[in-house]
Ligand binder design. Structure first.
Ligand code: C2E
Ligand code: MG
Ligand code: MG
Length: 638
């Protein structure tokens, strides 16, 4: 029951009740006041009149009040409507979205201020026109057909649409079109609300570009390149074509960064990217995969010879100096080549195999290219197996430490030993560290191996000293992978603490590359180790690319001449000259010098003659297990 109906009912009941009360009261009064019937009738008549007048008055008052409240409601409604319209007009004008209204025939009847700002048209220029005035020509007829079909079906359509501004510029909009119906349910208007999304599109595009390109060279990055390789392989497969992937790595680029600074390094990378780009025509894609590593994809490369020729062209092309910051810089490159479909059938494999081939090119002395072959695959597989077995070897205690004596030629005394790890493989016998150390380094097992060797060597040295063997030092090799890590310091101090070995008796051998790869970190690490009191030696000296300036700053006590130079002594002039230079260098820097790989007495004689009196080699003794060491030349203290 509605409220107004309830009110009317309540009023009627009240009216009825009052009437009954009035009639009863008047009847009683008339009965008691008048005896004469004529008189009573007259009074009854007057009473009836009064009641009628009163009722009519009451009804009039009630109606007047209702009318007044209705008039009030109507005018309130009207002013609210006015307010609403004002608000809508303000929103319509202030909104940042463009608004366009057409009548049912599609003729523009209204546009707002944002519309004019976005499209560049003034209101009067478009009123009475059709919205196809803004068509960009980017969408097909099917697009508009689908749009109107949705609009008819749902009464609304939203989507991205490209339109044309008055200036002719095409831009993207996000648009919503809605049909407006009148009270009779007929279409009366179409309203389109849109925003200009060109800025969003632009940033989207920029983000996409950033995600897929290297910011320094603007070349495609690994993500985009892998995608391109996948597409190229799919197309090559379809057209029965061959592809080649070349992994190009700059040789010793780190040295440029270290010696000339990162700004010059960056400029060189940019220049290399530009030169490479200029070398290739269409069908060859170039990318920077990171650091100094570039990748080249030749989409049509039927044979190995073509891939090799391309690699040679790259190597030769980079030979020309790069003029940077007023100086000429030279850089070489090593290249690994992998072919589709002979070496790999998918992008990931192709990239991985090119990487293995690159490793081969680097190992073969850099500045050249290497091809991926089945042989390499077998080698890689072997390495994986080896890594698995090596993990078990550590747990099953299959590792051994052998010691190679170090002699002082002047006194003919054994002054120290170098600890060299061996793997006693249950099937293969003794495996050389040259074979498994690289695997251990790649798999991270080297940390455990080196820690174990160091502990064994220090314990052994303590036992020798307790037994009265007069040995000045035990040398332990530290992998370059560990050298830059801060744990090394903790590891060494812990081993020294636990074994109680005098730190001066422990010599740590680090390779030249470990020191030169990150000289600042190496320097800090070396100073900390020196504070512990241990000695530091640079192993295989002469094979790396030491900067003499840096070498001078290092707290190193010994240089170990690489056996490659010792092998040529005394006849090879180059080797002899190099060895003489290293000895002179060590002496001038106040370092000891020790030769390794001495196999003939003449080599020892040459070294002694030129001022190097420490050495190790088969001529003095091979690396041996503890029990087999010959102490004959090592006089006992007691
Ligand atoms: P290295 O530190 O330069 O060790 C010297 C290598 O030369 C040893 O090879 C030794 O057996 C060999 N050698 C010694 N005298 C002669 C000689 O007169 N002629 C010839 N031809 N060779 C000689 P080995 O034991 O095979 O070790 C190879 C390399 O493996 C070592 O070179 C060292 O870099 C690494 N290595 C060995 N043990 C460890 C270890 O415990 N940790 C780490 N990180 N590396 C190790
Ligand atoms: Mg060594
Ligand atoms: Mg060595």
């Amino acid at each position: 029951m509605s409220a107004s109906y309830r009110d009317a009912l309540r009023a009627a009941l009240l009216y009825l009740l009052l009437s009954v009360i009035w009639l009863q009261a008047s009847d009683y009064l008339l009965n008691s006041l008048f005896d004469h019937s004529v008189e009573r009738m007259r009074w009854q008549l007057i009473n009836g009149y009064v009641w009628m007048v009163l009722s009519a008055g009451l009804i009039f008052i009630a109606r007047a009040r209702r009318l007044r409240s209705r008039i009030g409601a109507k005018s309130r409604e009207r002013s609210e409507d006015r307010e609403r319209l004002q608000q809508a007009a303000a929103v319509f004008d202030c909104t940042r979205e463009g608004v366009l209204v057409t009548d049912r025939n599609g003729l523009i009847v209204h546009v707002n201020r944002a519309f004019m700002e976005i499209t560049g048209y003034q209101g009067e220029e478009v009123l009475g026109q059709r919205p196809n005035l803004f068509k960009s020509g980017r969408h097909s007829a099917d697009f508009y057909q689908a749009m109107f079909a949705t609009l008819d079906r749902l009464g609304e359509w939203s989507g991205e649409i490209w339109n044309r501004r008055k200036s002719g510029e095409i831009y993207p909009q996000w648009q919503t079109i809605r049909i407006i119906f009148d009270e009779l349910g007929r279409r009366s208007h179409y309203v389109a609300v849109f925003s200009d999304i060109s800025a969003i599109k632009h940033s989207e595009h920029e983000l996409m570009h950033l995600a897929h390109h290297d910011p320094l060279t603007d070349l495609p990055n690994r993500l985009l390149f892998t995608d391109r390789v996948e597409q190229a392989l799919a197309s090559a497969q379809m057209h029965k074509r061959g592809c080649a992937l070349l992994m190009v790595d700059l040789d010793h680029f780190k040295m440029i960064n270290d010696s000339l600074g990162h700004t010059i390094g960056d400029q060189l990378l940019k220049a290399v990217a530009q030169r490479l780009q200029a070398m290739f025509g269409p069908g060859i894609a170039l990318a920077r995969l990171g650091g100094d590593e570039f990748a080249v994809l030749a989409e049509s490369c039927p044979q190995l010879v073509q891939a090799a020729a391309l690699a040679q062209r790259i190597i030769d092309g980079l030979k020309e100096p790069f003029p940077i910051d007023g100086q000429s810089l030279f850089i070489n490159a090593s290249i690994g080549i992998s072919l589709f479909p002979s070496d790999a059938l998918n992008a990931e494999q192709l990239l991985r195999n090119a990487d293995s081939a690159l490793f081969k090119a680097k190992s073969a002395g850099r500045d050249g290219y290497a091809l991926y072959t089945e042989e390499l695959t077998a080698h890689a597989r072997q390495r994986v197996e080896l890594a698995f077995e090596l993990r078990r070897a550590l747990e099953d205690q299959q590792l051994r430490v052998h010691y190679q004596p170090v002699h002082d030629f002047q006194t003919s005394r054994l002054v120290g030993v170098e600890a060299l790890v061996r793997w006693e493989h249950p099937q293969r016998g003794l495996v050389s560290p040259a074979e498994f150390i690289p695997v251990a380094e790649r798999t991270g097992l080297i940390a455990d191996i080196d820690a174990w060797v160091m502990r064994q060597a220090c314990q052994q040295m303590c036992q020798w000293r307790q037994a009265g063997v007069e040995l000045s030092f035990v040398a332990v090799n530290v992998s370059s992978r560990l050298f830059a890590r801060r744990e090394l310091y903790q590891q060494v101090s812990q081993v020294l603490r636990e074994t109680g070995l005098d730190p001066a008796c422990l010599e740590l051998e680090v390779t030249e590359s470990a020191v030169m790869d990150d000289p600042e970190v190496a320097l800090e690490q070396m100073h900390r180790l020196r504070e512990l009191g241990v000695c530091l030696a640079i192993d295989d000296f002469g094979t790396g690319y030491s900067s003499l300036l840096r070498l001078k700053r290092l707290p190193v006590q010994k240089l170990k001449i690489d056996q490659g130079f010792v092998a040529g002594l005394p006849c090879d002039e180059d080797d002899s000259a190099i060895v003489r230079v290293i000895i002179a260098l060590a002496q001038s820097m106040g370092m000891q010098v020790q030769a390794e790989g001495i196999e003939q007495v003449e080599q020892a004689a040459f070294l002694l003659e030129h001022g190097c009196h420490l050495g190790q080699g088969y001529w003095f003794g091979r690396p041996m297990p503890v029990g087999k060491l010959d102490w004959a030349h090592a006089p006992l203290i007691r």
